[in-house]
Design a protein around this ligand. Structure first.
Ligand code: ATP
Length: 372
C-alpha cells in the first residue's frame, strides 16, 4: 500500500462488501464510509456479522466480493485480488480480552507495536510514555498487567493501540468481559478518551447503550446486512423498522388494523388511534414508545392491561405490560409508583407519539390524529 494519504478521503470505506463461507452468506454486500475523527459502532445481535465486518477492515479476512479502502487507498478488492495484510493497513486494535502479554510489563506491552515497526529504543521509550500519559497510566509503566484492574488493563490495551498513531482503531467488544458496574463506568471513560484523542474508530458491540453512548454513527446490523445507519439521536427518534426499534428497546411494537374509522390493535377491540382518512393500507406496523404509554385513571376509555414485570431504573419503575386479550404485544411504560407483576392496570396511548413504520402516509407528523 502506498504511504501517500489522501487527506480528503474517508478514513475507511467499504463498497458492496460480501463474505461467504461456501454456501453460507455471512455478509451480503455492505456499503459504508467513515470520516476522520468519527466513531462508527457496529451494533447487532450475536451472529449478525459484526466481527466479520471488522475483520475484513482489519485484513484478517479476505472478502468474497467488494472493496475496502483506508484513507482513500484500496486495501482489499475481491475483483482484482488486491489484499493488504493487517501490518500494512496502519491500524490499532483493541480486543475483548485486551490480549495483553502477561510476561511483559505495561511498558513492554505498549511498546511492542513500535518494536515490530523497527523503531529505535530511545524513540520507543519516549512514545510509549507519551501513549501511557494519554491514557493516564504513566505511573504504571513497570507493572505487570495482572497487577492492574480490568479498567486499567483496558487502558493499557488502548495505549498499545494508539502508540504507533494509526489512522484507524478497531475495537472488538472491548468492555464485554467487565462486570456490569465497571462496564457502565468504562463506557463514559472510553467515550471521553476517544473524543479527547480524536480517534477514528470502528467499535463492535451487541450492547445498544454502549453504541449509543460512544459512537457518532451506529450501523444496526441484522443477518449480514445493515438495517439502519444513523446518528444515535436519529436512530432513537426515527428507527427505520420494527426490528430496529425492538433491538434498541425503544418501546413496544405492534400491528394495527383499520376498521370503521379507527386503528385497532390487530386481532383485538383495543382502539389505539382515530385518523380522519387513512389514504392507503388497512394494516400498519407501529412503535409505541415509552412516552406514548401512560397509566390511566379509571375511565371507560382506559385500555385494560396486566403487568408482566417491573424494574427500577433511576427515574421510575419501567414496567412491561400486556393488553388484555393480546398477550403477544408487550408495551412498556414508566411509572412513578412501583407496579407488581400480575397487577391489573388501565393504560392510555397518546396517538400523537406513535411511530408508524413503512408507509410514509401513516406518519403522525403528516396525519391528523385525535386521542382515543
Ligand atoms: N469460519 C466460518 N465458517 C462458517 N461460518 C462462520 C465462520 N465464521 C463465522 N461464521 C458465521 O458467520 C456469522 C457471523 O459471525 P460473526 O462472528 O461475524 O458475528 P457477530 O455478529 O460478531 O456475533 P458475536 O456478537 O456473537 O461475536 C455467524 O453465523 C457465524 O456462525
Amino acid at each position: 500500500m502506498s504511504k501517500k494519504i489522501d487527506q480528503d478521503a474517508d478514513a475507511v470505506s467499504a463498497h458492496d462488501l460480501a463474505l461467504h463461507y461456501g454456501d453460507t452468506i455471512v455478509l451480503k454486500g455492505i456499503d459504508l464510509s467513515l470520516s476522520r475523527g468519527r466513531t462508527l459502532a457496529l451494533l447487532g445481535p450475536s451472529g449478525c456479522g459484526k466481527t466479520t465486518l471488522l475483520r475484513l477492515v482489519a485484513g484478517l479476512l479476505q472478502p468474497t466480493r467488494g472493496t475496502v479502502r483506508i484513507a482513500g487507498q484500496p486495501v482489499a478488492d475481491a475483483r482484482t485480488g488486491l489484499f493488504a495484510p493487517p501490518e500494512r493497513r496502519n491500524l490499532g486494535m483493541v480486543f475483548q480480552d485486551y490480549a495483553l502479554w502477561p510476561h511483559l510489563t505495561v511498558g513492554g506491552n505498549v511498546s511492542f507495536p513500535l518494536e515490530m515497526r523497527g523503531v529505535a529504543r530511545a524513540e520507543r521509550a519516549a512514545r510509549t510514555m507519551r501513549a501511557l500519559r494519554r491514557v493516564g497510566l504513566e505511573a504504571y509503566v513497570d507493572r505487570r498487567p495482572s497487577d492492574l484492574s480490568g479498567g486499567q488493563q483496558q487502558r493499557v490495551a488502548i495505549a498499545r493501540a494508539i502508540v504507533a498513531e494509526p489512522r484507524l482503531i478497531l475495537f472488538d467488544e472491548p468492555l464485554s468481559n467487565l462486570d456490569r458496574e465497571l462496564r457502565e463506568n468504562m463506557v463514559g471513560e472510553l467515550a471521553g478518551l476517544i473524543a479527547e484523542l480524536r480517534l477514528t474508530a470502528i467499535y463492535v458491540t451487541h450492547d445498544h447503550a454502549e453504541a449509543l453512548t460512544l459512537a457518532d454513527e451506529v450501523a444496526v446490523m441484522r443477518a449480514g446486512e445493515i438495517a439502519q445507519l444513523a446518528a444515535p439521536d436519529d436512530l432513537v427518534a426515527r428507527p427505520a423498522s420494527a426490528e430496529v426499534a425492538d433491538f434498541l428497546r425503544l418501546g413496544g411494537t405492534a400491528r394495527l388494523s383499520w376498521r370503521s374509522g379507527t386503528w385497532f390493535l390487530a386481532g383485538s377491540d383495543h382502539a389505539v388511534a382515530h385518523e380522519a382518512a387513512p389514504s392507503r393500507g388497512r394494516e400498519a406496523q407501529v412503535l409505541l414508545p415509552l412516552a406514548a404509554v401512560a397509566l390511566s385513571g379509571p375511565s371507560h376509555k382506559a385500555l385494560p392491561a396486566r403487568v408482566v414485570r417491573s424494574q427500577f431504573r433511576g427515574d421510575g419503575h419501567l414496567a412491561t405490560v400486556v393488553l388484555a386479550g393480546s398477550p403477544d404485544v408487550e408495551l412498556q411504560l414508566l411509572s412513578a409508583a412501583r407496579l407488581r407483576p400480575g397487577e391489573q392496570i388501565g393504560l392510555s396511548i397518546d396517538p400523537g407519539r406513535i411511530r408508524w413504520f413503512g408507509e410514509e402516509s401513516h406518519s403522525t407528523q403528516e396525519k391528523k390524529v385525535v386521542t382515543c
